[in-house]
Design a protein around this ligand. Sequence first.
Ligand code: MG
Length: 278
Amino acid sequence: MVEIKTPEQIAKMREAGLVVAAIHAATKEAAVPGATTKDLDDVARKVLAEHGAKSNFLGYGGFPATICTSVNDVVVHGIPDTDTVLRDGDIISIDAGAIVDGWHADAAFTAFVGGGHSQELHELSRVTEESMWAGIAAVKNGNRLVDISKAIEGYIRRQPRPASGRYGIIEDYGGHGIGSEMHMDPHLLNYVSRKRGKGPRLVPGFCIAIEPMVSLGTPRTHVLEDDWTVKTDDYTWSSHWEHSVALTEQGPLVLTAVDGGRAKLAQYGITAAPDPLA
Ligand code: MG
């Protein structure tokens, strides 16, 4: 069953989304050479406290931290610790969430630590982020869930291939419904699977976290002994971008983007819904 939200509930999710956006801004600034991933977690916890918001990551299935910090060949679910020191040339995907009055938001981005990154890494992050926006642009009244998957995969496959050969669209993880819980139905694949149907029809009140994960090699992953950290099987580096999106009567609202997605959606000829908090 897909949870359909009222405009009031979407406004609460927007509040949570703006807390997540604030966590993104603060952790991005803190992701510098010499910082530990635990430092970033401390930053995130402080932002949550300042906004009176709760963490949906801390304690989720026993997860021990407030954000996921996934460095280089870690795809997702990296655990912040004091041993992982960021170095010049690293890339880090930071995944964060927040709860306001019981309503959830969830978003991730890939940051470049210091400088000296290859063009291939910049392209990897750009392609991953842009595929997320292509997916967001498919959140339209009357579309089906599969149209989001199709838009994400289609964008990635239309890009020039990386020198490593082919982008790997991670298959073991995907997007998800979000609202009164962080992870809800439906599960959103980042590619089209013939084994799956078209999925539910998108209607106002439908909310989804869209989160492509792309590697410079294999789409396959494994989980380390800590039961959380996910790495690519071939240890190629990967990128992860995510936004939580609500479909409203007035169109899509990107809950975790400061501008509600207005600027990026305009590039797709789509007018973002008005911000319920504005
Ligand atoms: Mg998510």
